[in-house]
Design a protein around this ligand. Sequence first.
Ligand code: ATP
Ligand code: ZN
Length: 288
Amino acid sequence: MKPNGALRIAIQKSGRLSEGSLGLLRQMGLQFESYQDRLFAQCRNMPLDLLFLRDDDIPEYVQDSVADLGIVGSNVLDECGMDVERLLPLDFGFCSLSIAVPEQEPYKSVKDLDGKRIATSYPETLKRFLKVKEVSAEIVLLKGCVEIAPALQVADAICDLVATGSTLRTNRLNVIETVSKCQAILIGKKKTTENKKSLIEKLLLRARGVQEARKYKYIMFNAPSKALEPIKKLIPGCKSPTVLSLAEPGFIAIHSMVLEESFWEVVEKIRECGGTDILVSPVEKFIR
Ligand code: ATP
Ligand code: ZN
């Protein structure tokens, strides 16, 4: 593949981060085709090419300038030790790297694993964690299916990625320690040209705009005018809420942004203050 001067971003070809990565890039306004068997796609509306790779290869490709940017799990980044810039945590691909033990075993914390064997695909990260905890355990390196290691008596414990915990439950394992909390992260190479730098800044602004928008709902409702002061305290909005007068005297319409995480509590309090006809819509982009 010949370089064409366009910025290159590497994302996971097929796996747990693929959908989130493609979704984010599309919400950032990038137009491109993506087919299962493709390794490469060109953006139609920006000088940007997409490379579809195995996640483990992405940090090295960015470090070696094959790609300018990449989206990868922070767990992969922590493990590989490549020299790249961490540009933006992306708020998807959440999981944690955790130590788990068989249900019937008495181990309560990592300290109890001194002298034991721990199976993992993340030996470097685990080694650092054990050093901090001053625990001396044998690390058994496995590339996959780490969760069956205790049943096969290959190890006494495992250190693996956990999201919902269903794989652990199936294998009768309990988490006793969290090594790190992980999520997808946008990475970039350390040195880049001025041209590329300004395009990267543009992309970062868009990515932050998409992320901010996901945190909020846009809310519109009617209320008696006398309820404005208590309602203003509930929903400060960006600066303050927009207040419009209604044709009916003594009533107003209020528009504001509300944080998704506290949305239902705020709606309940708005109703207590006399708010009615509450309309809610998602926020697609939010640029501060
Ligand atoms: P590849 O074929 O690209 O090497 P993989 O099998 O190594 O893929 P996936 O299982 O698709 O990788 O996971 C990719 C990333 O998704 C992980 O590195 C991690 O950051 C994140 N992730 C989120 N939830 C989980 C989970 N429950 N188990 C494993 N990874 C998860
Ligand atoms: Zn992988």
